[in-house]
Design a binder for this molecule. Structure first.
Ligand SMILES: NC(=O)c1ccc[n+]([C@@H]2O[C@H](COP(=O)([O-])OP(=O)(O)OC[C@H]3O[C@@H](n4cnc5c(N)ncnc54)[C@H](OP(=O)(O)O)[C@@H]3O)[C@@H](O)[C@H]2O)c1
Length: 290
């Protein structure tokens, strides 16, 4: 496999940072991006990454300009990893529409707009790979996760259409759907809780927030193992040797189980357990990559 150039969003922590490290370990070029990247990504620069400031919610013209800047760094881009996202956490009835929109701006409009900025380059060279970080949230209902799940469900739907539109140009898309991994997604700095406002939900809010706190740092999956495998998948190496990039790739045993369950017995879900689902189903070994 020739040396590839990658652009990864949201590399200040979690999967994004580990993607950069996995890519560099293969000897590929990587443009690590983040909000205030030049201030915050010194560690990745020292490791060998090029750094670019990039907020995925920037207006389209700004994203277009950022991509032009990125293309000049190594003379092109081969792989875009739409990784940046966050959890806008609130019960649906307590949800403020402006916060719902904020979730969509980062998790859906951001990756779509950035992809749009890069597509002319990929179309011109009749080649390119775009990874979209989705989530089992797209398949599984959980208390407080309505906005996040909606953004990821919408992302899956849009990408399924995008794939049909751009595959004739030799451009490949893959939806990566992780289970629960030890990143900062549930860290108090990263998850954004809405303001509880309806007394009837007070107990549920308490349970939900306690569940999130208990999950933080205790998720079963190791993000570096996942990014190593995903990079192998793109490079057609390791366990992915000789294989083509699939349209979707669940990662983690929990992801496989939940997607299988939801896609086969979808209708049973809401009737099978009487109480709210508070992530009890996640504590399985998710280091297994499928
Ligand atoms: N960890 C899991 O269990 C899990 C499961 C399923 C899916 N995922 C997906 O994996 C991806 C990475 O999340 P993670 O788990 O690694 O969480 P994380 O550690 O919280 O990392 C999320 C990254 O997104 C960045 N980000 C947020 N808003 C941004 C914006 N407007 N512009 C640019 N960057 C922005 C954050 O940067 P700042 O530091 O600037 O906020 C951070 O670097 C996400 O798409 C997430 O939905 C994660």
């Amino acid at each position: 496999m020739p040396q590839l150039t990658w652009l990864v969003t949201g590399t200040s922590s979690g999967f994004g940072e580990q993607f950069v490290r996995s890519i560099l370990a293969k000897g590929d070029h990587v443009i690590a991006t983040a909000r205030r990247g030049h201030e915050r990504l010194g560690n990745l620069k020292d490791a060998g990454a090029a750094i670019l400031d990039l907020d995925v919610t920037a207006p389209q013209a700004e994203l277009d300009a950022k991509v032009k800047e990125a293309l000049k760094i190594y003379g092109g881009i081969d792989v875009l990893v739409n990784n940046a996202a966050y959890i806008e956490a609130a019960l649906i009835e307590e949800l403020d529409t402006s916060r719902l929109l904020k979730g969509f701006e980062t998790n859906l409009f951001g990756p779509i707009n950035l992809t749009r900025s890069l597509l002319p380059h990929f179309r011109e060279k009749r080649k390119g790979i775009i990874l979209f970080m989705s989530s089992i949230g797209a398949y599984m209902g959980a208390v407080g996760a309505g906005t996040y799940s909606a953004t990821k469900g919408a992302l899956e739907s849009v990408v399924n259409c995008l794939r049909e539109e751009i595959s004739p140009f030799g451009i490949e898309c893959c939806l990566i759907t992780p289970g629960y991994y030890r990143t900062n997604i549930f860290a108090p700095t990263n998850i954004k809780f809405g303001q509880p406002s309806i007394p009837d939900y007070a107990e549920l809010n308490k349970l939900y927030q306690a569940g999130v706190n208990a999950l933080h740092s205790n998720q079963p999956g190791d993000p570096r193992k996942a990014t190593d495998r995903i990079v192998d998948m793109v490079r057609s190496e390791g366990k992915a040797a000789g294989k083509t990039i699939p349209p979707r790739s669940p990662i983690g045993a929990d992801a496989v189980e939940i997607i299988a369950l939801k896609t086969s017995i979808n209708s049973r879900d809401s009737r099978s357990s009487p109480g709210p689902k508070l992530h009890q189903w996640t504590l399985v070994d998710a280091d297994k990559f499928v």
